[in-house]
Design a protein around this ligand. Sequence first.
Ligand code: NAD
Length: 139
Amino acid sequence: MVTDSNGLIGSEVVEYFDAQGWKIFGIDNNMRASFFGAKGDTRWNQKRLEANCRNFVHHELDIRDRTGVAALIQPLQPDMIVHAAAQPSHDLAAKRPFDDFDINASDLSHLKAEMQSRGITRTLDDIFEELVANWHERL
Ligand SMILES: NC(=O)c1ccc[n+]([C@@H]2O[C@H](COP(=O)([O-])OP(=O)(O)OC[C@H]3O[C@@H](n4cnc5c(N)ncnc54)[C@H](O)[C@@H]3O)[C@@H](O)[C@H]2O)c1
């Protein structure tokens, strides 16, 4: 499962795992169009993935919708969740602080809780810390 599937990072993740034969469930609600107007619209990327990937299914869902996220994860039982959906602009964080916090901070916690309740105990945060530690060792 990949959040940010319409976005830059998420769509790359979708293509990477699709090429390896995984079944991918994307979550995105095109919030980028709300952040950046028509120029930020990501539907073109969603359509590109739907046309080109072998095993990609898009789910229109706001990651702040805790009940919706839980209801989607329950039947799908994903092996892995890559969570990258975000409000990516520092300037907008100042202009839309509540959206910024709800999307970038609080939602990670409920996605994490969903993952942990399904026995997925390692998160990208843990892996990131490992990667940074390994990187420091090599310096
Ligand atoms: N682009 C980079 O070079 C880069 C590098 C390092 C880290 N990152 C981080 O990776 C994350 C994703 O970055 P990106 O470049 O893919 O951003 P992006 O703006 O291209 O994509 C973000 C996606 O999240 C979706 N989204 C936002 N809010 C949502 C919500 N509430 N529900 C569902 N979907 C929602 C948007 O519609 C959009 O498609 C960010 O945290 C960013 O800081 C990006």
